[in-house]
Ligand binder design. Structure first.
Ligand code: MG
Length: 295
């Protein structure tokens, strides 16, 4: 299933795509869920209600115009993120001079590097990335596949992990590189308001199947900068879920951004940071294209 969070006439809700009619069915108007988060929390019961509605002749249709928002506009807590999770990106970051932890040892981490982005950094498709909030002019993009947790839990094994996934979306892990370097940790430089574009849809796990077949393509002003297979992840999604849940109880609706491939702005010499008027588009089919203009 493909789901969106929308606003229309000052009202927000969640909708599902009817593949046959190519129309959005309004799950909020139907009384199934007021938001994506409540739909995720409803678990299999919620999804059965969605299936029944899709089969119903009188399902309420969400007709244009409406605005597509971040799927979870206000996450319950920080977004989990993974650093250096594609080999070539780990090398480009290590060599860039912006990695405060860079050393002579191998750039590829032995264990997943987990950090987070503040909930207040989330914006939706089409919203302006407020580059001006970083006074060091070192704003960079990072296209990433993000996992949305369905069933929560702790000490989840790799074998159990897939059963805990609700679906997938796209995140642009926008980063102020100078802040990332200067403060020797990643929270501040990655948590600036508006630095977490998310969307445009959530595709449920059953519909994606093998995420290794997904291709991630990031463009700046139509110039392709990142083009990688999600199969190249160093630590795959079950490993990330096992690692995080070994320490922290995962909750329904938690979001894990899985890391970015090579081709970010600091991979170039000199670095190619985002500038006013740029447009960044992260594409992962079938989730769609997450495009945002830059202030
Ligand atoms: Mg990242």
């Amino acid at each position: 299933m493909k789901l969106i969070t929308y606003t229309q006439n000052g009202r927000s809700g969640v909708a599902v795509l009817n593949d046959e009619s190519d129309r959005w069915i309004d799950l909020t108007a139907a009384g199934i869920a007021p938001s994506m988060l409540t739909l995720v929390e409803a678990g299999p019961t919620g999804m059965r209600a969605v299936q029944s509605l899709l089969a119903a002749a009188d399902a309420p249709i969400l007709s244009p115009p409406f605005l597509t928002c971040a799927p979870i506009p206000v996450p319950r807590r920080n977004i989990f993120c993974v650093g250096k999770n594609y080999r070539e990106h780990a090398v480009e970051f290590g060599r860039s001079g912006f990695d405060a932890a860079a050393s002579d040892r191998d750039d590829v981490p032995e264990q997943p590097i987990v950090f987070s982005k503040a909930t207040t950094s989330v914006i939706g498709p089409g919203e302006l990335i407020p580059r001006h909030l970083d006074t060091s002019n070192s704003v960079d993009y990072e296209g990433e596949l993000a996992v949305i947790i369905g069933r929560g839990g702790r000490a989840i094994t790799r074998a159990e992990a897939n059963a805990h996934i609700f679906g997938y979306t796209i995140i642009n892990d926008v980063t102020a590189r100078e802040a990332q370097k200067r403060h020797e940790q990643w929270l501040l430089g990655k948590s600036i308001d508006g630095f977490c574009p998310m969307g445009p849809t959530v595709v449920t796990a059953d519909e994606i199947g093998d995420i290794g077949e997904l291709q991630l393509i990031t463009s700046v002003n139509d110039e392709v900068r990142q083009n990688a297979s999600v199969r190249d992840l160093i630590f795959d999604v079950p490993t990330l879920i096992r690692t995080i849940s070994a320490f922290i109880t995962l909750l329904p609706g938690d979001i894990i951004a899985t890391g970015t491939p090579a081709g970010v702005g600091i991979g170039f010499k000199p670095p190619r940071f985002l500038t006013a008027g740029d447009r960044v588009a992260v594409r992962i089919d079938p989730i769609g294209i997450l495009e945002n203009p830059v202030s």
